[in-house]
Design a protein around this ligand. Structure first.
Ligand SMILES: [Zn+2]
Ligand SMILES: [Zn+2]
Length: 157
């Protein structure tokens, strides 16, 4: 396996020596031209490595898509209820749940898909803010109730 190299202007496809390379395969590190690059794959793979992944069960590819779906799920759990005035109340439950789920799965490797980290941080930030908002609201309500009840209790005793 050759070491991944920087793709210069003169880089050509490893299979088609005359075609200029458009990407570096994330698995084998070889340069691939437009014909040999698999556009839909994530991380970017050459046709050979993509075929190999599919043949061998595509462990890495499936794992990657699972991670993306998972982070999306947590994000939508918080985002979707916020779209409606009434449904935003659901975030009282979904935001802490999303936060717990993300933190619980935090240690899963992210190197296969670096930009997935941004999505995850955004999900944590959003879920964290909403959870914090509910906590502040709860404290405010408790303080209001306590200050309203206090004089009455003193008067009764
Ligand atoms: Zn490859
Ligand atoms: Zn090629």
């Amino acid at each position: 396996m050759p070491a991944p190299a920087e793709m210069g202007d003169g880089a050509v496809c490893w299979r088609h020596g005359t075609r200029s390379a458009v990407m570096v395969c994330s698995m084998c590190g070889r340069f691939a031209c437009e014909l040999c690059a698999v556009d839909a794959s994530d991380p970017p793979l050459c046709a050979d490595c993509f075929a190999h992944e599919v043949r061998t069960g595509g462990r890495d590819l499936r794992f990657t898509s699972h991670l993306v779906q998972y982070d999306n799920l947590c994000l939508w759990m918080v985002l979707l209820p916020l779209l409606g005035v009434v449904t935003s109340g659901f975030t009282l439950f979904t935001a802490p749940l999303a936060l717990i789920l993300i933190l619980f799965r935090w240690r899963q490797p992210m190197s296969v898909l670096p930009r997935n980290g941004v999505r995850r941080w955004f999900a944590v930030l959003l879920a964290g803010l909403v959870t914090l908002g509910w906590a502040v609201l709860a404290v405010w309500v408790i303080v209001r109730i306590a200050t309203n009840l206090a004089p009455a209790q003193w008067g009764a005793s």
